[in-house]
Design a protein around this ligand. Structure first.
Ligand SMILES: C[S@@+](CC[C@H](N)C(=O)[O-])C[C@H]1O[C@@H](n2cnc3c(N)ncnc32)[C@H](O)[C@@H]1O
Length: 268
């Protein structure tokens, strides 16, 4: 089939470069793969019972719905009633309403919403950018994790934001992002902070409740591959996944990912 005959795809940009995501690239997600390994281990620890996942700031269910579809019992705690309404509807549409519990609550009062030390996996994806006190949020996430369980964090990366502003010619914002202690481009920045690898690692390990096991870039290269460039004959179908796996953990490529992923563990 000629390139012109393809169905149109949603345009995206990365560092200001127009790219589109081919369907075959969908499995290129090191975070999803990391979580799958974690859940397999949790299921084994529980003698085959469904892993209990707590998704704080889980919003409309980007992670919660697929995890429920994978057989997890997911509790989403989110401060937004609107996001939780969308979550319920998406869970119903996906046929997993029974596997998703939606609780309106704040990470600052997480202990009021869920029991301590019960979750086999705790997610805080896209959460730390919005909270008042990220160290306190990390403490709450750690307290909700069962001994030996993992806490998975995704946080906006400072350096990708700098590069995207430079490519767009927004140099004042790029400079602010680079030098501002919170990694913000100005007072109207909707995010309260962006981080680099050292910042997120220090934050997570600040009081010894969690030990960082892995820091990786999320979709470091996959979004850069322009439509049609890889095929035909560009490599085996999993070539990009393998490349992404390596890049995700290789500085400085890792450090320039738009999101940084941390897998930390509560000691047994
Ligand atoms: C960027 S969205 C991330 C959604 C989802 N985790 C994801 O990765 O797609 C941030 C979510 O955090 C929620 N949120 C923000 N501050 C919060 C807080 N203090 N406690 C609980 N949820 C919060 C918002 O309502 C929103 O749904």
């Amino acid at each position: 089939m000629s390139r012109c005959a393809r169905a149109p795809r949603t345009p995206r940009t990365f560092y200001g470069v127009a790219v589109s995501r081919a369907p075959s690239f969908a499995p290129v997600d090191v975070v999803a793969r990391t979580l799958r390994v974690e859940l397999t281990a949790a299921r084994a620890r529980r003698g085959g019972a469904a892993p209990r996942v707590l998704d704080v700031g889980g919003g409309s269910g980007t992670w919660a719905v697929p995890l429920a579809a994978d057989g997890c019992e997911v509790t989403v705690v989110d401060s937004s009633a609107n996001a939780l309404a969308v979550l319920r509807s998406r869970a119903r549409d996906a046929g997993v309403a029974g596997g998703v519990r939606a609780v309106q609550g704040d990470v600052d009062a997480l202990a009021d919403a869920v029991a301590d030390a019960q979750a086999d996996l705790v997610l805080g994806h896209g959460l730390l950018e919005y909270v008042d006190d990220p160290a306190e949020a990390c403490r709450a996430l750690a307290a909700a994790a069962a001994p030996g369980a993992a806490v998975s964090l995704l946080v906006a990366g400072r350096f990708a934001a700098v590069l995207s502003r430079v490519v767009a010619g927004r140099l004042t914002e790029a400079r602010r992002l680079l030098v501002d202690p919170a990694g913000r481009w100005g007072p109207d920045d909707p995010l309260r902070r962006r981080m680099d690898v050292e910042e997120i690692r220090t934050l997570v390990e600040v009081d010894g409740r969690l030990a960082v096991e892995r820091v990786q870039g999320h979709r470091v290269l996959a979004d850069l591959v322009p439509d049609g460039v890889v095929e035909p004959g560009g490599g085996p179908p999993d070539a990009l996944a393998e490349l992404e796996d390596i890049a995700a953990g290789t500085p400085p490529l890792r450090d320039m990912a738009s999101s940084l992923h941390v897998l930390a563990r509560r000691p047994v």
